[in-house]
Write a protein of this length. Structure first.
Length: 499
């Protein structure tokens, strides 16, 4: 039997992905690295999947590899093992889920390629992320319409599929939970940092929706319970809705979960007085919806929406790792768009359900840029790619865990930006106090100072830092701003009266 004939027989036992890899290596006539091989094959599957297909080909004697880690290369042997034409390839000891979507991970199995090939940082990942962003930032007319891909959800197997790699889950858990916290009753930790979480999560989640309230204005709104400015009534309602929804999650951690009661009521609280029809608050939609600025077309069949919604809840409930559970929610609730509006807000708060119950640090989306979040969500909508959203999730969780760890421990590591602007920030706070400004005037003053003095990339962060320093100013620390007792007392009377 000739080598070509042997290869032809062998190929009948493989799926199209393996066949394409084999043909590409035969045609190349030389050893190829994994990135080059994937590029030449143009396979729309993950790197982990390609590695498994290559291992199947190696088991058949059709492909061999040389080198290790990043220097690994694959080449065609030009022939199969003599027994292959008479015996079928043994079924690989791998989960049924083939993980066709790039960026998805699962726990390693005994027959997987070496761990350093699966978990090692890919040097081309940064370029790939920029490629995704470039695709998503093309004019809408150049992005073909795409509907809901049911197999994106179907192919996820709880505790077999993993969107967050094991090493990332371990790192985030160590960042967001101490051994002592893990032993506490459900919801204990979030209640210990509740006041800070309430304002941070309400403000950041609203900010990602384009809300223009400042941190100081949000604090004042919570104290007053209403907003006198009629032009910003809807923005005020959005923030107050977040407050009530967060209180709902924290008040009874043993009662909440990935069930209809929790998610529907969470939507009703977040959507209160923001929808055209009050009837739609807390109800799955029965009409089609569009996504502004996206080529994505969500499901418009009510029965299918109901089925997928329940499937999401069932799969989320079955996930054992709370961080994976949290991220899965951030991916699939917005992707389904189960409600007429307010879907992303529901997903951001629902992502905190497993964290609250497991006494992990809550996720408040600190330092998340709106553009980064938008790109990440669009990548899920239009490409079923999760890498950008995973980056957002990991960065946001690290920042959140660091913030509330500081609140709990009373310790705060130096912030390079705060150190660089220390004198200027102290001067702004002193101007607010000496000028006896209330919260509205202080917010306007800080915004003006930032526009006049701070470069664009740092401006929003420094505004947040300046406002936060005023919110934490009290009789025991005002001396660090070089203020006299009479100045602080006169200002504090106005500040507290303002709410």
């Amino acid at each position: 039997m000739s080598a070509s004939k042997s290869t032809q027989i062998n190929s009948n036992h493989f799926n199209p992905e393996a066949n394409r890899l084999m043909r590409t290596l035969e045609k190349a006539g030389e050893a190829l690295g994994i990135e080059t091989l994937m590029e030449r094959c143009a396979l729309k599957v993950s790197k982990a999947t390609v590695l498994r297909r290559l291992e199947e080909l190696r088991a058949a004697g059709l492909v061999e590899r040389q080198g290790q880690a990043r220097a690994t290369r694959y080449f065609s042997t030009g022939a199969g093992r003599p027994s292959w034409g008479r015996s079928p390839l043994p079924t690989p000891k791998l989960p049924a889920n083939l993980l066709r979507y790039p960026g998805r991970m699962r726990e390693p199995g005994v027959d997987d390629p070496p761990e350093d090939q699966l978990l090692q940082e890919d040097p081309t990942e940064s370029a790939e992320r920029e490629r995704l962003r470039a695709i998503l930032r093309r004019p809408l007319a150049q992005r073909p319409p795409i509907g809901y891909q049911r197999d994106f959800l179907d192919d996820y197997e709880p505790n077999v599929s993993f969107y967050l790699p094991e090493n990332l889950r371990l790192e985030l858990r160590q960042t967001g939970q101490s051994e002592q916290m893990a032993r506490l009753p459900a919801g204990t930790y979030v209640r210990s940092v509740f006041n800070r979480v309430l304002i941070d999560l309400s403000w950041n989640s609203s900010r990602l929706e384009g809300n223009t309230f400042s941190l100081l204005e949000t604090d004042r709104l919570f104290a007053m319970g209403h907003r006198n400015d009629a032009a910003r009534t809807l923005e005020a309602r959005m923030i107050l809705n977040h407050k009530e929804a967060i209180e709902f999650l924290v008040d009874a951690p043993d009662d909440i979960g990935f069930n209809r009661y929790t998610i529907l009521n969470l939507h009703a609280l977040l959507a209160h007085e923001l929808l055209a029809e009050n009837y739609d608050e807390g109800r799955l939609r029965r009409i089609g919806v569009g996504i502004g600025g996206s080529a994505y077309l969500p499901l418009d069949i009510p029965q299918a929406i109901e089925e997928c919604f329940m499937q999401i809840l069932q799969k989320a409930s079955a996930i054992r790792d709370p961080l994976e559970q949290s991220f899965f929610t951030m991916v699939h609730l917005p992707y389904l768009q189960p409600f007429v509006d307010v879907n992303k807000r529901v997903s951001r708060l629902a992502a905190n359900i497993p964290l609250i119950r497991a006494n992990l640090s809550p996720l408040t989306f600190v330092d998340v840029a709106a553009r980064d979040y938008t790109d990440a969500i669009l990548a899920v909508y239009e490409l079923n790619r999760i890498e950008l959203l995973r980056d957002v999730f990991a960065k946001a969780y690290r920042a959140s865990a660091g913030r509330y760890g500081e609140v709990r421990r009373g310790l705060k590591p130096p912030d390079p930006l705060t150190l660089a602007w220390h004198e200027a920030l102290r001067g702004v706070a002193r101007e607010v106090v000496q000028g006896r400004m209330d919260k509205s005037a202080a917010a306007a003053h800080i915004q003006h100072w930032a526009r006049e003095n701070v470069p664009g990339p740092e401006r929003s962060r420094l505004v947040e830092i300046a406002e936060g320093s005023l919110l934490s100013l009290h009789e025991g620390n005002f001396a660090k701003f070089r203020l006299r007792p009479s100045e602080f007392e006169a200002w504090h009377a106005i500040w507290t009266q303002d709410g």
